[in-house]
Design a protein around this ligand. Structure first.
Ligand SMILES: Nc1ncnc2c1ncn2[C@@H]1O[C@H](COP(=O)(O)OP(=O)(O)OP(=O)(O)O)[C@@H](O)[C@H]1O
Ligand SMILES: [Mg+2]
Length: 392
């Protein structure tokens, strides 16, 4: 098989909404695609690409990457050591194992950023309750404990009030926790950029994100941060891009604490904070991700309007039926609705709404109104179902 031409230009590991929206961009560019989807595969089932089902084991990754000119990722549930094996076989994997080693492990990431002199919160890596008690003694309670690997949407982030609370957290995190103080966060922003293998970077406007219970609700641009802080945030993100050697989209999440920026975490893939770039930027993050991993010229990142906002559609419960609510949401006018084809569960992201305008707060209010309609409980008691994975 080694001498055969790849069957797809780009292979995406992961079959969730990020892959789905990347596929939309691939259609426009005429880029052929394959997807390796695990349990999350509903958003890409039956849309645009050949979908292979199965968890990303080394055997599957080896077979999959053999058929793709470039292999990329839409999630962090991959072992960087497996990616290193693929690189050893000469496969083009973007981002590569060095980037993924940091992007898939919050503790390794934090250590590397601290060593590079980037601003990070006080932190420690705990392997026992004794370690947690020591950190709480030094920095105060509550503290925040994070699973270094596998967390998303606030899953894997715990506020720990007492030493006993660290016991279940340690167990859930596989015996290792990243600890940091509970910070008084004044604002959260994300800097999203695209980087080519040559190191050329293009950067989106700084995005302000609003989290509720650890999950992103709303994103706005302009961010509202003072220009000097925005410039500093972009500078930090560029340093992170160089340090990690990322290729494709890189998102750097930052907190403003005491008027100063600190780096929270990164994602080396398209990021929820930049979903509004589909409708509100000259080139979407998904198209720029494809361009970057294919080493094509990057597209302009400017906004098409003075302001833009995005609200996530969070399902209220299993009866939520966003398609039934679509007429009412669209009747609000000038709302860009994106539904992901996911089964509704309480608090689950099942879509987003983007709105362009003159004022980011007005745009956010309109996007939220539409998102709330789409995420409301449905009239049917019968939950809609995802396709059952063929390999399950
Ligand atoms: N040390 C902290 N103090 C206070 N709040 C925090 C702290 N760390 C995280 N948070 C809050 O929890 C949210 C989620 O944390 P984090 O980004 O580390 O987790 P995640 O689950 O990987 O997030 P994502 O949704 O980006 O995948 C942050 O955006 C922030 O609102
Ligand atoms: Mg985060």
């Amino acid at each position: 098989m080694g001498g055969l031409r790849p069957v797809a230009d780009v292979g995406i590991v992961g079959g969730g909404q990020l892959a789905r929206m990347t596929l939309q961009a691939a259609v426009s560019l005429g880029v052929s695609t394959r997807v390796l989807a695990g349990n999350e595969g509903a958003p890409t089932t039956g849309v645009f690409a050949e979908v292979v089902r199965g968890a990303p084991t080394i055997e599957r990754l080896e077979a999959f990457s053999r058929t793709c000119a470039v292999t990329t990722f839409e999630h962090e549930q991959v072992d960087p050591r497996d990616v290193e094996v693929l690189e050893g076989l000469g496969r083009a994997v973007r981002p590569g194992s060095a980037t993924l080693r940091l992007a898939t492990d919050k503790a390794a990431q934090r250590r590397a950023f601290a060593e590079a002199g980037l601003p990070v919160p006080a932190f420690a890596v705990a392997r026992s309750v004794v370690d947690v008690v020591r950190f709480g003694g030094e920095h105060g309670w509550p503290l925040v404990a994070k699973a270094p690997r596998g967390g998303f949407d606030g899953r894997g982030v715990w506020f720990v009030d007492r030493a006993e609370d660290a016991v279940p957290a340690l167990a859930l995190a596989g015996g290792r926790l990243l600890l940091e103080p509970a910070l008084l966060i004044e604002a959260e922003v994300a800097v999203v950029l695209a980087r080519r293998p040559s190191g050329h970077i293009t950067t989106y406007p700084v995005l302000a994100t609003v989290q509720e219970a650890g999950i992103c609700r709303v994103v706005q641009a302009p961010s509202g941060l003072p220009a000097a802080l925005e410039a500093q945030a972009i500078g930090i993100a560029h340093s992170v891009a160089e340090l990690t050697g990322s290729v494709g989209i890189l998102a750097v999440e930052l907190f403003v604490v005491g008027g100063r920026l600190i780096v929270n975490e990164i994602a080396a893939r398209p990021h929820n904070s930049a979903h509004l770039t589909i409708d509100a930027a000259v080139t979407s993050q998904f198209e720029n991700h494809l361009r970057a991993v294919l080493d094509l010229p990057l597209g302009a990142t400017d906004l098409r309007a003075p302001a833009a906002a995005m609200a996530n559609v969070l399902a209220t419960d299993a009866t939520t039926d966003p398609r039934a609510a679509l007429p009412r949401a669209l009747a609000l006018g000038d709302v860009h609705v994106h539904l992901y084809g996911k089964a509704p569960r309480p608090g689950r992201k099942i879509g987003h709404v983007a709105v362009l305008g003159d004022d980011p707060h007005d745009a956010a209010a309109r996007a939220t109104a539409a998102a709330d309609l789409l995420g409301a409980p449905g009239s049917s008691a019968e939950p809609s179902r995802e396709a059952v994975p063929a390999w399950a």
